[in-house]
Design a binder for this molecule. Sequence first.
Ligand SMILES: Nc1nc2c(c(=O)[nH]1)N[C@H]1C(S)=C(S)[C@@H](COP(=O)(O)OP(=O)(O)OC[C@H]3O[C@@H](n4cnc5c(=O)[nH]c(N)nc54)[C@H](O)[C@@H]3O)O[C@H]1N2
Ligand SMILES: Nc1nc2c(c(=O)[nH]1)N[C@H]1C(S)=C(S)[C@@H](COP(=O)(O)OP(=O)(O)OC[C@H]3O[C@@H](n4cnc5c(=O)[nH]c(N)nc54)[C@H](O)[C@@H]3O)O[C@H]1N2
Ligand code: SF4
Ligand SMILES: [Mo]
Length: 681
Amino acid sequence: MNTFETDGVVRSVCPFDCPDTCGLHVTISEGKIKTITGDSDHPITKGAICNKVRHLPERIYHPDRLLYPMRRNGPKGTLAFERISWVEAYEEITSKMKSLIVEHGAASILPYSFYGNMGVLNAEGMDRRFFHRLGASQLDRTICNAAGSKGYSYTMGGSVGIDPEDTVHTKLFLIWGCNLVSTNMHQTMLATEARRNGAKIIHIDVHRNRTSAWADEFIHLRPGSDAALALGIMHIVIRDNYVDEQFIRNYTVGYEELKEQAAHYPPSIVSEITGVSVEQIEELGKLYGTTTPSFIRIGNGLQHHDNGGMIIRTISCLPALTGQWAVQGGGAMKGNSWYSRLNNAALERKDLLPDPDVRTINMNQLGDALMDLTPSVRMLFVYNSNPAIVAPDQQKVRAGLLREDLFTVTHDLFLTDTCKYSDIVLPATSHFENIDLYSSYWHLYMQLNEPIIETVGECKSNFTLFKELALRMGFEKELFDLTEEEMIGVALDSVNNPLLEGITYDALKENKYMKAGGGNLPPIMERIPTPSGKIELYSDSMSKAGLPPVPKYTPLQEPLTYPFLLMTGPNHSFINSTFANQARLQKLEKGPILHMNELDAIDLNLTDGELVRVRNDRGEAELTLKLGSDVLPGVLATQGLWWDDQEGVRNPVNALTPQRLADMGGGATFFSNRVEVLKGS
Ligand SMILES: Nc1nc2c(c(=O)[nH]1)N[C@H]1C(S)=C(S)[C@@H](COP(=O)(O)OP(=O)(O)OC[C@H]3O[C@@H](n4cnc5c(=O)[nH]c(N)nc54)[C@H](O)[C@@H]3O)O[C@H]1N2
Ligand SMILES: Nc1nc2c(c(=O)[nH]1)N[C@H]1C(S)=C(S)[C@@H](COP(=O)(O)OP(=O)(O)OC[C@H]3O[C@@H](n4cnc5c(=O)[nH]c(N)nc54)[C@H](O)[C@@H]3O)O[C@H]1N2
Ligand code: SF4
Ligand SMILES: [Mo]
């Protein structure tokens, strides 16, 4: 039994799917969380946190929070539920699993999860082990960063970028397809420090947003054209002899092939593809070629295009040309999870799969999986995710969720839109009620999170849920009857990652923040995890995978049936669809807005502030129009994954987005999405 401070300030970690993974200070009074601020001892987040998490107490004690298990007692998609006990819920779930295994095989069961909580135990620990042992269909978790990570890996070998702490030394920041001010605020703080030392910050984006307003310069380009812009910069860097030949010789392969390719991208052609003027391309090329150190923060959204893998593959070749990786504060970063990689094999135990060749289902194609796949998916088990809102081709997803012969279980803190289609709804704890281990996909510090409040209602953590389910299924005690501490030990016992040496449960408890590599990372060029051990400007692996082995501009896929390309990214005040049910944060966002160029509005006879219907063959959404020049003609942008039943929301944006996969990694294509805009009803 845990005992908690009933009054005082205690430490915690932010659990959300955000690169910053902040250290938190939580003020407790009479056993309840009152306020949340940043922990000023955290070496990189340094006491600053975002507005969302300052409002987190409202989420923890929200009147709508799920407190006990429920069973559906009316039609799917409605709010017809009755309270049941955990014993009844477990009984119903395990007997369904057992009968499905006998009648249809374990592959008829599909887990669906992502990173609603980034804790290792709750996102990729006991749950994964449970579904492996069960023999369920595998889920390919591709919804976020799959295409770009693959593209970046072809060049650099893995999610290895520079240590963000080094970016204060940078003289030129390219914020490329990243809404940094909203989505990685502490990188903004480091860039501001660099700016005080003379750095210039350039935002390259298709939408003039908060980040553009903060940057020193904005480059407005056409969606999906970034590989051409990167090749244009390379063209200038090579043409004007800004290349670092010694670095290229020592640390890269394929320079000659890349040089030949870049020759096909003079500024005039790049300008035609990207919409950026020849002058701006020349200026950018020269600045990039002559500034050291320069750093490129590659965004996560950028890869949500058909050609997202190749875009990021191409951008990630740039720093090598001028030898930036050899300079402190020089290089690039898309993600840094390679540094703190854990012993996932021992944690998840994929070796327990009864059939190692069991089918794998791409989470971006949930609609097809539920509607078209044979043999059918007959049980969907959702946790840490809200697919009725976040998955593409929403109408098809929901048609699948409505299937009478599909048994859906959802574990969440709130009655999300996904819960509404579920047969059993289970209440989840918040991370303030759990033990877990957190690493970041941006900075290099590991943190331990310990429970600081009593469990709310009858909620259970994912760890406890899957442990108890396993034991009720009769699975081996030695594999499942573990404590959180034991499982953290397994995760940290990373034979394949020497950078975790010395990082243990006890050491984390004592030291709060422990950096992978202990702050003594060897220079990146000496540890490039590609097959050749060098930065691969030409990639044999790509050639073998049937992809162009040198960077190339490839066009988007959607036919031009509809006139606009619509970007549907996240917003400032929510994290994906998390927080979207908090009134105060909704108000700050002023509802779901559609940004359109004023020239397009003239042609369509539309006015600022009016409600419009955005539609294509997949579905329709209703949004409020905002006119201006924040997007180029022919481009639209909207932000935020709003829930269904909120004021001013009809049919959230994923009604419009395709299940089509990106060029690499099975990634999502949320942004390569063509639509038309009609006057509202
Ligand atoms: N406040 C907040 N923070 C978050 C999240 C959130 O929902 N809210 N979500 C978290 C998660 S899961 C993720 S993955 C990250 C995502 O955060 P980011 O990495 O910032 O990604 P996005 O905001 O999806 O897209 C980044 C930018 O790409 C632009 N863009 C779209 N298409 C193109 C293109 O073709 N070229 C260029 N150059 N730009 C393009 C968009 O306009 C947007 O400004 O943020 C994390 N942090
Ligand atoms: N159109 C469009 N769609 C997108 C995106 C986009 O930019 N545009 N972004 C995509 C990206 S990058 C991502 S990462 C995905 C994110 O998609 P999801 O991972 O589904 O993210 P959320 O919408 O935040 O949903 C997480 C859910 O987990 C719940 N949760 C939180 N903690 C716990 C816990 O400990 N246990 C359990 N059981 N549940 C918990 C939350 O309450 C919430 O309902 O969305 C993708 N969808
Ligand atoms: S959401 Fe991101 S910025 Fe906000 S507190 Fe959490 S980790 Fe920090
Ligand atoms: Mo994401």
